[in-house]
Design a protein around this ligand. Structure first.
Ligand code: ADP
Ligand code: MG
Length: 250
């Protein structure tokens, strides 16, 4: 579903991604671990072209992201096309990014109505079903400011799902939450995994990774140091840097 090949990215002189290769199969959950500054967020952002890669390619569901092939060269897609691609790649941020002046229901229906041109009534019905799925059926009329962090993040997940994405990307979805609210958000992500949603999740929640991930990827300094089933990477890490990282977070 997601095919990342030889992706390089620098910010000025700082090389942040130094050749990333990663394949995520349909219905699988990939958890990315790694120290702060190792390039995890940048990698996620390249998948929906929030960051342009310097070298390498990314495709989602067989479609090249941000570019089209023209002979043996790549040409950048027009912004309109990039926006269309982005609607099918759900992104859930650490800090929710909800619209504060819209209700929960309006937050969820905004993109389906304005980007996909769905009729408002159908979008609202779909949004109510999604709210049910994330356990917030009674919050449709509330504003984000009236919700807890865990509830806001569940709204953000419902909002991402409303565009029926092919893949969902999570960038530390529980890092901004009080500890007692982490579980309710992880429960929702776990449910999505059970239903076969393709996901890439950056998180420091090792227990969650062990339970939910099909593949755990350990990144350090712009490279994938090792990847494999959670039992291998978490319990029998092959690299000293992975061991050092795990000993700090476990
Ligand atoms: P992580 O998510 O693993 O903590 P990031 O991908 O956010 O790592 O950042 C990797 C490195 O790239 C860091 O050194 C960060 O400061 C740098 N970086 C990220 N985004 C930018 C940017 N837009 N401009 C310059 N440097 C950036
Ligand atoms: Mg990050």
């Amino acid at each position: 579903m997601v095919d990342i090949r030889s992706v390089h990215k620098s910010f000025g002189p700082l090389q942040v991604l130094k050749g990333i290769d990663l394949a995520v199969r349909t219905g699988e959950v990939t958890v990315i671990l790694g120290p702060s500054g190792s390039g995890k967020s940048t990698l996620l952002r390249t998948v929906n072209h929030l960051e342009k890669v310097d070298r390498g390619t990314i495709s989602v569901d067989g479609e090249l992201i941000g570019y089209r092939r023209s002979g043996d060269r790549l040409r950048e897609l027009p912004e309109r096309e990039v926006l269309r691609q982005r609607t099918r790649i759900g992104f859930v941020f650490q800090n929710f990014h909800l619209f504060p002046h819209l209700t929960v229901l309006e937050n969820i229906t905004e993109a389906p109505v304005s980007v996909l041109g769905r009729p408002r009534r159908a979008a609202a019905e779909a949004a109510r079903r999604l709210l049910e799925r994330v356990g917030l059926a009674d919050k449709a009329g509330a504003y984000p400011g009236q919700l807890s962090g865990g509830q806001r993040q569940r709204v953000a997940i419902a909002r991402a799902l409303a565009l029926e994405p092919r893949v969902l990307l999570f960038d530390e979805p529980t890092s901004a939450l009080d500890p007692e609210l982490v579980g309710e958000v992880l429960d929702v992500i776990r449910d999505l995994a059970r239903q076969g949603t393709t996901m890439i999740v950056v998180t420091h929640e090792i227990g969650f990774a062990r339970e939910v991930a099909d593949t755990v990827v350990f990144m350090d300094d712009g490279r994938i140091v090792e990847q494999g089933p959670p039992g291998d990477v978490l319990d029998r890490p092959q690299h000293e840097r992975t061991r050092a990282f795990l000993s700090k977070v476990l």
